[in-house]
Design a protein around this ligand. Structure first.
Ligand code: NAD
Length: 307
């Protein structure tokens, strides 16, 4: 039986959720809701479903929903969906504060609803391949640079972009305990933090350095992990993994080019699978909460330094 889904918020990213659902065989895209009636209408027509301006109206019509509204609205929208006992995929970050993230987790558990969070990079084929090669990293560095697009500026860049790398690093480190965090950053083009760098030291001695900036000349999404006798670079943007390694016979360098699959499609396929089979999502709300907690702490350090 097909799963009836709705998409709330069809801006830059939500339109792609709607498109992919409309193409999936075991899914019926029933409705789109957006406070911008024009956008809702355009995409509903393109993808053959009904348009609504108030998301509450679509709750009785669907089994599951993607919530793709600005971060600061996630809690208000998601809590009503969960109270209506709907399974939800909420875009990253889960919310902009821990209290609301905890309330969403509690409500989903109370009602037995799936609460998946859109940490898309976990479905990136370069990350899936590259992370298999990372066994015991001593040092990880990430760079996530973006030209200024004027999107996601309802929150600091730590919550908008660094959150991706926070979740990835925590997943590579198996959610290991953090010993210390240091950070620096500042506002540049918005009234929020636009550039940030953080140093995260784990109890096992490993260190991760996360660097992000949302007004860069170039777009870059890289992670490099160094471990004894090898170094793995994951290029999220170009779907490539570089593997340098030392063996008894010398030094080797492999460049692994991955298939050009759409990570968002993989994420939505996984969501529908979890809805049908009642499985725990790959990126559950608890992991999303851990990543949020880390970037909120980084944000706090930066704001304290700024005074
Ligand atoms: P956007 O501003 O382009 O789109 C948001 C849409 O939500 C707009 O059309 C707006 O009218 C609508 N909206 C706002 N409040 C609403 C409400 N209460 N009910 C219904 N519709 C409402 O934003 P975006 O760039 O698409 O980002 C949306 C979310 O997706 C953010 O949380 C962002 O962090 C996340 N995002 C994730 C990734 C990723 O890689 N996973 C990439 C981009 C954005």
């Amino acid at each position: 039986m097909s799963v009836k889904v709705g998409v709330i918020g069809v801006g830059y990213l939500g339109q792609h959720h709607a498109r992919i659902y409309s193409e999936m065989e075991d899914v019926e895209l029933v409705a789109i809701a957006d406070i911008d009636e024009y956008r809702a209408g355009i995409f509903a027509e393109s993808f053959g479903c009904n348009a609504y301006s108030d998301f509450r109206e679509i709750l009785p019509l669907v089994d599951a929903l993607s919530i793709v509204t600005p971060t600061t609205t996630h809690y208000n929208v998601a809590i009503e969906c969960l109270r209506a006992e709907k399974d939800i995929l909420i875009e990253k970050p889960i919310t902009d504060n821990i209290k609301e993230a905890d309330e969403l987790i509690a409500e989903s558990e109370k009602n037995g609803c799936i609460l998946q969070v859109g940490h898309l990079e976990r479905y990136n084929p370069a990350f899936i391949k590259g992370s298999e090669l990372i066994i015991k990293p001593e040092f990880i560095e990430t760079e996530r640079l973006s030209p200024f697009l004027g999107r996601g500026i309802d929150v600091d860049v730590t919550l908008d972009l660094m959150i991706h790398d926070a979740d990835i690093v925590l997943s590579i480190m198996n959610q290991a305990v953090i010993r210390d965090i240091r950070a620096i950053g500042t506002k540049v083009v918005t009234d929020k933090i636009d550039v940030a760098k953080a140093w995260i030291e784990f109890e096992n001695g490993s260190v991760a350095v996360l660097k992000t900036n949302r007004f860069s000349q170039q777009k870059k999404r890289m992670l490099t992990a160094y471990q004894k006798n090898s170094c793995i670079s994951i290029d999220f943007q170009n779907n490539e993994v570089h593997h340098y390694r030392k063996t008894d016979n010398g030094l080797y360098s492999d460049n692994i080019k991955l298939d050009n699959i759409e990570p968002l499609r993989e994420e939505l396929i996984d969501f529908i699978y979890c809805v049908k089979e009642r499985k725990r999502p790959k990126v559950s709300a608890v992991e999303a909460r851990n990543a949020l907690q880390m970037v909120l702490y980084i944000t706090e350090i930066i704001k304290k330094r700024e005074g």
